[in-house]
Structure formats: structure tokens, C-alpha cells
Design a protein around this ligand. Structure first.
Ligand code: PRX
Length: 653
């Protein structure tokens, strides 16, 4: 691996940045190394307003159940809203909302505070208390952010479920969280189409399947027809009518769970990643400040959905904690055409733009095939910084992003992190770090990322291994909701010396020590930046009991989506071919969409009389991966019961 091509921060950039030059970065790293706890304590005091200051920084007596700032009390919504109003930012625009159809609404900090207080009062009036779980199944909207902040204000723990998940996935999450309420909308408006949300909630809660959930609060977005369950369903606007626009925040302990966010792991069941209040807020604010170099005059745009962790940390919390101005966008990058992002950057004079490699790759293709949506047609001169998140960005896409969107002048921060980490872990700091396309460069100050072998010993630079974090950090996952054993097993396996196991492989450059993420080392796929467990998709396929006898799912590289889902299926009936196979493949895709959501639909489906297995009955996944990629099979196949199946599996539908 050569990392000879480096992009240095310009002297101007460096001079104005929060973290100035490599000397600035190294000083912070040294401070953290000298006294890890004192480093985090200093920043927690500087960035957060505490109602009761903490006296104890880290409690590691029950590792890996670490506690940060344990005896401090605070409120996240106070820190994001009231505090900014008190500092004189009441009239400053907090959110610029652009709807699917282009309509723009601006919300100031004092307006946002009033909205949050009203909803917080309404939630309390419905009996929602500190510690109750509230599921939010909302479109990208001001109301979605308000719902999250309102939960934070009263100490309720929210669990946002991405609007693309199916009724079954939503039901699983409501049940697992034991949610008392679901906040949703009648429909969501995306790409010129109205898509149901409330109808999916109705299906998820049908047959009294979620007895904990007493209320469904409905934000009227489109006014489309919906069914109504009397005694359970409440219109948001009716609930808010007459509620006071002030609400005393609930001061919670720093360790109080701010939210649960379900994500995929190595088993069929998604896990509810539990985050804290104090430690999480600290890292959300700090990374927004240092990685995005957020300044009062910036217009920040993170294109993620609030249903993912990126939308939590870099829409709902981080930028607001710093009193920033941010864009919330309802629509999709390709509507009304693939110039939408560029047009919005021009219109709102966006200065910091944060998106996923999948979107960049799709927009490169679009620009190459249609001059009219090429970014050169737009004035993108307001931009000063670009970011990438969710999956590795290939150097070619990085270069295009740098040249065509950043005009060659904007640094790109390739931010490596996870739902579990709460915020950035390995990332360039834009006024400091020389950039190398394809590398997320160096650990954020205070994050002790390292690469080790299976026994937890460091591997030398230039040699790949397992990515770990050696010391606890404030915004780390606290546990898996309701399953602390799974938390320990998944993230702190005993052989790794008490290090946090990220689940990714990585390698450090022999000369620079820069990190490059080489991909997951578990059964987790990354499709368009969406994280999905192969076992989950397998479970969804075999739940189609009338058709499927057995299924195995693997990933293969894909030019646009990063990875694509490939399913190998054995049917309970003779192996189909031709048109019949196509029809069954469609039926199976629809079934997976119904079980999990459209994002989990396999791209390729291959049918066999059986699956290739070892003598001990284990599915030969490496072999399946080779087949999925269309590679020649070099593995020893002598143990295969029926070598002919390799030929059968060669055909994808
Ligand atoms: O495999 C890594 C990949 O995304 C995983 C985390 O997914 P999720 O929890 O959904 O969070 C996504 C948003 C933070 C990681 O384990 N990943 C994330 N960022 C990068 C990345 N891989 C390479 N480079 C990145 N910058």
C-alpha cells in the first residue's frame, strides 16, 4: 500500500481551525495520553453545562460497564436549546428545513425550544416519565428532531426506527424496548411520492402484539387517508394545543440512557445499543467542533436520516449543542433530479457537507451520464469542508468529491465510527491532518484505537489485524438493552485483554501509521452505508416457510452500494430456472422487504438443490463468497456431497 499522495491543509485553513496543524493535534493526543481522565474531564466541563457538576470522571470498577461523570446531572435539551437562547442565540436559525417539494422553513433556537417544551409537556400529560421508552418512527422533519429533544427533555429514552423498516422490524423494536408510545406521521413524502408510516405502525401494533404501547402520536405531514384506532391514536397538533411553551428540564444523571438505537450484529436479532446522556453529549459536541470545525457562521448539512446514528449525533444533537445552523432535508438526492444536493448547497450556501460514499458514487454516475446534473453547473463556492461516513470511500470517489464538489480547496474528513461508538473514532481533523484518499487517517484525540491479533497483541504497522479501542471513552455503548451478556460477549471478548472489539479489520500504513479500514470481520454487511446482519436476512428468507428450506447470505463488492447482498436458497420444491426462477426470486425479495425492509432485499438470488457444506455440516461461506463474486473456486471442494451444485449456484436471478 502506498500512501504517497497527501493533501495538506492550506495555511489559511490551518490558521482558522479549532485544532491548528499537526502540532495542535499532537498536543491534544499527548494531553490525553498523559492523563486520560483529566483530558475528558476538562472537555466535559468546557463543552457541557452541568446542573450538578461531576466530581468523578470514570468509574471502571465494573468493567466493561464503564461509567462516566457518574455523579453529574444535566439535561441534553437544556444544553442544545435553552443554553443557546441564554447566550443570545434565540433568533439564530437552528434548522433550515427543506421539504421534498423544495419548500423551506426556518426554525430559530427560541422557536425550537418552544416546540420542544410543548411536546415535552404533552408527553408528560400522557403519562410518559423519566426512563420510559418512546419509539420514534418519523420522516426527516423538524418534528422528528423535536420528538427526540422532547424525550431528552423529560428523561424519556427514545428509540428512533428508520422509516424504511417494515412493520415486523418496527414491532420487534417496540417489543424489545417495551416502548410506551410510538410517535409517527401519517405518511412521509420522498422523491415526489407519499409513503405510508402510520399504516405500518398499525400493522406493527396489530393483535395487541405490543401491550406496553398505549399511545400512537401522529404528525400530520401529508394529510393522506389513514386508519384511526380510537383511544390509542392522537394527532400531534391536538396534543400540542394549549401546552405551555416552557417546560423545566428533567435533570438526569450522566449515565441515564438518552437513547437506544437498534443495529445489526452477528445473530438474527438486532441489538438495542444503549447510549448515555453525559458522555454521549460530550463526544457529539466535541467531534462536531473538532472534526467539522463548526463555527457560528457555518451552515452545516449532514444528509443522514435521523433513523441512523449519524442523524442522531450530527443532526439531532452535536450541531445544536454548539449553537450551529443546520439543514434538515426531507427528500432524496435524485429528486427532482440528481442535482438536488448541489442545488441545495448553492441555495442555502452550505459550508460543511457530510454524506455517504454510496451517495457520492451514485451522483458521480448520474453526473457522468447527464451534463445537466453535473456539479459544475452549480455554484458550490460556499463549501469549506466535506465529510464522508458509513463505509470505506474508494480513492476514485474521494478524488472526484474533492475536485468536483470541494473545488480542490475543501478538506475531506473520512470519519470512521459506529452506532456503538456514539461519534467519530478515527478521522482527520481538517486544519491538521494531511489527507490520504481512502484512509480515515488517525485516531481522534483521546481515542486509543489500535490494531491487534486474535490474542490482543499489537501487530506492527503494515500488517493487517483486528481494530480495537484500548481504553474506554465517554460516548461508548453502555450495554445492549436487556442483554448485558451479549454486550460483553460481542464487544469485550476475554481473549482481547479488555479492549473494545469494533468488529472491523484494519491496517496501518507502514510509514505514516494511518489507518485504513479493510471491512467487517463478522457477519455484518454494509450495503449503501446501511448495516445489515447476514443472519437477519437468512432468518427473513427461511421465515417464508411455504417456499424456503434453507438459505445462506453473503456479501459481494458492488460499484455503487459498496457491498451487495447475495442469497443462496434451497427451496422446498424442485430447483426453478428461467422465468419461474425470476418470479420466485421476486417473491423472496418482497418477503424480505416485508420482514425487514426494502433495504435488505438481496440483489442476487441463486438457487441450488442444496448448499455447499463441510463434512461437519458447516456452510462453506468462503466458497459462497467466491461464487457470489463470480470468481473461479480455488478452494478444495472434494468434501462437497454434490459438486454439481456449484454449477447450479452459478446462475443469479
Ligand atoms: O464497518 C464500519 C463501517 O460502518 C460500520 C458501522 O456501521 P453503523 O453502526 O451503521 O454506523 C455507520 C455510521 C457511523 C463500521 O463498523 N464504517 C463506518 N464509517 C466508515 C466505515 N468503514 C470505513 N470507513 C469509514 N469512514
Amino acid at each position: 500500500m502506498t500512501q504517497s499522495k497527501q493533501y495538506l491543509p492550506s495555511p489559511d485553513w490551518q490558521a482558522q481551525a479549532h485544532v491548528k496543524g499537526m502540532a495542535g493535534y499532537q498536543a491534544l493526543v499527548a494531553e490525553a495520553e498523559a492523563d486520560h481522565e483529566a483530558f475528558w474531564a476538562r472537555l466535559a466541563r468546557e463543552l457541557i453545562s452541568w446542573q450538578t457538576p461531576f466530581t468523578k470522571t470514570l468509574n471502571d470498577s465494573d468493567a466493561p460497564f464503564y461509567k462516566w461523570f457518574e455523579d453529574g446531572r444535566l439535561n441534553v435539551s437544556y444544553n442544545c436549546l435553552d443554553r443557546n437562547v441564554e447566550r443570545g442565540l434565540g433568533d439564530k436559525v437552528a434548522i433550515i428545513f427543506e421539504a421534498d417539494d423544495g419548500t423551506v422553513t426556518q426554525v430559530s433556537y427560541s422557536e425550537l425550544l418552544a416546540k420542544v417544551a410543548q411536546l415535552a409537556n404533552a408527553l408528560k400529560a400522557r403519562g410518559v416519565k423519566k426512563g420510559d421508552r418512546v419509539v420514534i418512527y418519523m420522516p426527516m422533519s423538524v418534528e422528528g428532531v423535536v420528538a427526540m429533544q422532547a424525550c431528552a427533555r423529560i428523561g424519556a429514552t427514545h428509540s428512533v426506527v428508520f422509516g424504511g423498516f417494515s412493520a415486523q422490524s418496527l414491532r420487534d423494536r417496540v417489543q424489545d424496548a417495551g416502548a410506551v408510545m410510538v410517535i409517527t406521521a401519517d405518511e412521509q413524502q420522498r422523491g415526489g411520492k407519499a409513503l405510508p408510516l402510520k399504516a405500518i405502525v398499525d400493522e406493527a401494533l396489530a393483535d395487541n402484539s405490543c401491550p406496553s404501547c398505549k399511545d400512537v402520536v401522529v404528525y400530520k405531514r401529508t394529510g393522506g387517508a389513514i386508519a384511526w384506532v380510537a383511544g390509542r391514536d392522537l394527532w400531534l397538533h391536538e396534543l400540542l394545543a394549549g401546552q405551555s411553551t416552557t417546560c423545566e428540564p428533567e435533570w438526569v444523571e450522566a449515565e441515564h440512557p438518552l437513547f437506544l438505537l437498534y443495529t445489526s450484529g452477528s445473530t438474527g436479532k438486532p441489538k438495542g445499543v444503549q447510549h448515555s446522556t453525559g458522555g454521549y453529549l460530550l463526544h457529539a459536541a466535541l467531534t462536531t467542533k473538532w472534526t467539522f470545525d463548526l463555527k457560528p457562521e457555518d451552515v452545516f448539512w449532514c444528509t443522514a436520516d435521523i433513523g441512523w446514528v449519524t442523524g442522531h449525533t450530527y443532526i439531532a444533537y452535536g450541531p445544536l449543542a454548539l449553537g450551529g445552523t443546520e439543514i434538515v432535508f426531507e427528500g432524496v438526492p435524485t429528486y427532482p433530479d440528481a442535482g438536488r444536493f448541489w442545488q441545495m448547497i448553492e441555495k442555502h450556501k452550505v459550508t460543511i457537507f457530510y454524506t455517504a460514499p454510496t451517495a457520492i458514487r451514485a451522483l458521480i454516475k448520474a453526473a457522468e451520464s447527464n451534463e445537466a446534473v453535473h456539479p459544475k453547473r452549480y455554484d458550490l463556492s460556499s463549501l469549506r469542508l466535506l465529510g464522508s461516513v458509513g463505509e470505506p470511500i474508494n480513492p476514485a470517489a474521494w478524488e472526484w468529491y474533492h475536485a468536483n464538489i470541494g473545488g480542490g480547496r475543501c478538506p475531506i474528513v473520512d470519519t470512521f465510527w459506529q452506532t456503538e461508538t456514539g461519534g467519530h473514532m478515527i478521522t482527520p481533523l481538517p486544519g491538521a491532518t494531511p489527507l490520504v484518499p481512502g484512509s480515515c487517517t488517525l485516531p481522534f484525540p483521546g481515542i486509543s484505537a489500535a490494531i491487534v491479533d486474535e490474542t490482543g497483541n499489537d501487530v506492527p504497522n503494515g500488517q493487517g489485524g483486528i481494530l480495537v479501542v484500548k481504553k474506554p471513552w465517554p460516548s461508548m455503548i453502555r450495554t445492549i438493552w436487556g442483554d448485558s451478556e451479549r454486550f460483553k460477549k460481542s464487544y469485550y471478548p476475554p481473549e482481547l485483554k479488555g479492549y473494545y472489539l469494533a468488529g472491523d479489520g484494519a491496517i496501518r500504513d507502514a510509514e505514516t501509521g494511518y489507518f485504513t479500514i479493510t471491512g467487517r470481520i463478522d457477519d455484518v454487511l454494509n450495503v449503501s452505508g446501511h448495516r445489515m446482519g447476514t443472519m437477519e436476512i437468512e432468518s427473513a428468507l427461511v421465515s417464508c416457510t411455504e417456499l424456503v428450506a434453507e438459505a445462506a447470505v453473503v456479501g459481494r463488492p458492488d460499484d455503487t452500494t459498496g457491498e451487495a447482498i447475495c442469497a443462496f436458497v434451497v427451496l422446498k420444491r424442485p430447483r426453478p430456472s428461467g422465468e419461474e426462477a425470476k418470479a420466485i426470486a421476486k417473491q423472496l425479495r418482497d418477503h424480505v422487504a416485508k420482514e425487514i425492509g426494502p433495504i435488505a432485499k438481496p440483489k442476487d438470488i441463486r438457487f441450488g438443490d442444496n448448499l455447499p457444506k463441510t463434512r461437519s455440516g458447516k456452510i462453506m461461506r468462503r466458497l459462497l463468497r467466491a461464487v457470489a463474486k463470480g470468481e473461479a473456486v480455488t478452494q478444495d471442494t472434494s468434501t462437497l456431497e454434490n459438486p454439481a451444485i456449484l454449477e447450479q449456484l452459478g446462475q443469479a436471478y
